[in-house]
Ligand binder design. Structure first.
Ligand code: SAH
Length: 239
């Protein structure tokens, strides 16, 4: 697969570069795509021909439920210091966005999803991204985690407090438990359950606000459409 990248950031995904590819800016010859570098359409629009990177493929996945925004994934990575030797468990998989981002860094990731239909979507997304260190399970995480001695558990679940016990049994001492929830009552119940559990120390709950700006000649200002709210992120450690 190849990507045609226009100067203004517009992207075209080319599944089959053995044939000419038609865009609204004219067509690019198959031979030019195979050469790579800068190619020109028959009407003179220049495009860079590149191999899709992880983040390009992630942008193309099929979406089942709401996926976690990148601003929130970023803080999970930064606050836990997840590294290439880490074993991670994640739930629920949903379309797999968080699991893919974690598997792009960690040694191995296992992600649990209770719904068969979402599990299948995530499996096919995994195929298209091509991550070999990610295992998907069609299982209820509240009933237990098979993996042991893990460094990090990430929860994006309606009732994350039900996964605290299983996570406690699977995390290594010093390992991180991170939960992502959109509403305040979920944060309250999760933190209160953490505080009652001697196996965990509660660290903090945070919210990340990102404001993208439009920068176009002298029209330089915050974009009028932004993510208003996504979720709160709660951090704890196994002691
Ligand atoms: N983090 C995902 C989105 C998860 S949405 C992403 O970034 O794409 C929450 C998911 O949790 C849903 O798919 C839901 O079916 C799943 N889920 C709910 N309860 C669960 C449970 N007990 N065990 C495993 N998955 C569960």
């Amino acid at each position: 697969m190849k990507i045609l990248l226009k100067k203004d950031g517009e992207k075209f995904f080319v599944r089959d570069d053995s044939r000419d590819y038609h865009t609204k800016y004219g067509f690019i010859k198959s031979a030019d795509m195979k050469k790579g570098g800068i190619a020109s359409t028959n009407t003179g629009t220049q495009m860079a021909v590149i191999k899709p990177s992880f983040i390009d493929l992630l942008g193309k996945i099929s979406r089942a439920p709401q996926i976690i925004p990148r601003k929130d994934v970023g803080i999970i990575i930064a606050e836990t210091g997840i590294g290439k030797s880490w074993k991670v468990v994640d739930a629920g998989t949903g379309s797999g966005a968080l699991a893919f981002m974690l598997a792009n860094i960690a040694k191995e990731v296992t992600s649990y999803e209770i719904r068969g239909d979402f599990y299948k979507i995530a499996l096919s997304n995994k195929e298209s991204i091509g991550l070999r260190n990610l295992k998907l399970k069609n299982k209820d995480i509240y009933l237990g985690i098979d993996e042991k001695n893990i460094d990090l558990a990430t929860l994006d679940l309606p009732e994350p407090w039900k996964a605290i016990e299983p996570a406690g049994k699977s995390l290594k001492t010093g390992g991180f438990l991170v939960s992502y929830s959109p509403t305040v009552p979920q944060v309250m119940d999760f933190v209160s359950a953490l505080r009652q559990n001697p196996a965990f120390v509660y660290l903090k709950a945070i919210e990340i606000l990102e404001r993208e700006w439009e920068v176009e000649d002298r029209k330089v200002r915050p974009m009028s459409q932004q993510i208003g709210h996504s979720g709160f992120i709660i951090f704890a450690r196994k002691v």
